[in-house]
Write a new protein. Structure first.
Length: 393
């Protein structure tokens, strides 16, 4: 195990194209950290700089307390698992897994032991004689994992290792990687564009973006904190299996309370707990954000008045087993999505009213990276429950 520390790391190509800027992060011994973000945000470039496969333009990288900016990749004591497996087609599974140990001239008995233990751990001990072409995609990925494990490195680096697998196999292999980390407790850095992978695997996740012309870190925190308290609109929109709903509008004061209003007549009463933070934004444009799961067919005990309702027209229903996604159009023409408990008789092409859980509403400054006015400091708020759920229905 080892601590990995990046300080003000940047990557500039051709002296002008900044792929990564001001990347600073400390990854503790045994921690599993996931870099997640859209294509082009610099997550793989950052991983390759840690591995030594890309030169650092600015800043420092330390592994186990040693600056490795100028250290050759093979001397950094890391093991990397790639998206395309990178197996030698002419070698057996055993020789692929043992290759790095053979180069290090370890005793044959130790190589046999390490490969055997790793193969058994991954359930591929009966495949050691095969060539990669005789393996499925999932089996090849296990071989790539085994090749990394046998090296017993200080740090594991994963560069989108599951992207070539089908959906079902991605889930099972993801579970195996998580169990593997819990067993080995090796410091692990994992790159993915898949938010679900990031949420399920990481002790912490690093959300990156490229929307400001350069790859940069937007937020670092535990998966649940990033999901519940996105620091800005980009993070709120990017993270989550379903997109966050955003409604442009204004904060206005009426009857001694603050309201979110839209030109079409929508008025939502802001909770008193938010008023101090929203006071500077009175008569200013903002974006109201809420996830589809913040909507319910039944009122919430704290938010059962008319000021917490959204009248909508249902357009489309997508069954998801336990839940259904309901695409809706508001009276002022805005489209929103609701995720609610599934039921067979839910009306389509009908006018209905949803209730909004204001404890899970966000207010963002205008713009794609507008800060989260209410929750950027991650204040804890207890989740509300619909009245029927509270009553045990």
């Amino acid at each position: 195990m080892a601590q990995v520390r990046l300080t003000d790391v940047a990557k500039v190509y051709d002296g002008k194209v900044r792929a990564v800027e001001d990347f600073s992060l400390t990854i503790d011994h045994g921690e599993f950290v996931v870099f997640v973000g859209p294509s082009g945000c610099g997550k793989s470039t950052t991983l390759r700089m840690i591995a030594g496969l890309e030169e650092i333009t600015e800043g420092t990288i330390e592994i186990d307390g040693k600056v490795v900016n100028d250290v050759h990749p093979k001397n950094r004591d890391i093991a990397m698992v790639f998206q395309n497996y990178a197996l030698y087609p002419h070698m057996s599974v055993f020789k692929n897994m043992a290759f790095g140990l053979t180069l290090r001239k370890l005793p044959r008995e130790e190589i046999q032991q390490r490969v055997g233990e790793a193969a058994q751990m991954l359930g591929i001990d009966d495949l050691l004689h095969r060539k990669p072409k005789a393996l499925s995609g999932g089996q090849r990925q296990r071989v790539a994992l085994g090749r990394a494990i046998v090296r017993e490195p200080k740090v594991f680096l994963f560069d989108e290792p599951l992207s070539n697998l089908d959906a079902k196999l991605r889930v099972t292999t993801r579970t195996e990687i998580k169990k593997l980390h819990q067993r080995l407790k090796t410091t692990t850095i994992y790159v993915t564009h898949d938010q679900e992978e990031a949420m399920t695997l990481g002790d912490r996740i690093v959300v990156m973006s490229a929307g400001r012309g350069v790859g940069r870190v937007e937020q670092v925190d535990t998966p649940l904190n990033v999901y519940r308290y996105p620091v800005n609109r980009f993070v709120g929109a990017f993270l989550g299996r379903t997109p966050m709903n955003f409604l442009p509008g204004r904060i206005e004061r009426a009857d001694s309370r603050l309201w979110f209003t839209r030109p079409g007549g929508l008025r939502l009463l802001m909770p008193e707990a938010y008023e101090e933070k929203l006071h500077p934004y009175v008569n200013q444009e903002v974006n109201l954000g809420f996830r589809p799961s913040a909507l319910a067919e039944h009122p919430f005990p704290k938010y059962s008045e008319a000021g917490y309702t959204l009248p909508v027209h249902t357009v489309l229903i997508e069954p998801l087993g336990k839940n259904i996604d309901v695409s809706c159009r508001m009276q002022d023409g805005a489209d929103i999505l609701a995720r609610i408990d599934a039921r067979d008789d839910f009306p389509v092409n009908a006018d209905i009213t949803f209730y909004l859980d204001m404890d899970h509403v966000h207010v963002f400054e205008p713009g794609g990276f507008g800060i989260n006015i209410i929750h950027a400091d991650r204040e804890a708020i207890a989740p509300a429950q619909p009245q029927h759920a509270a009553a045990g229905a």
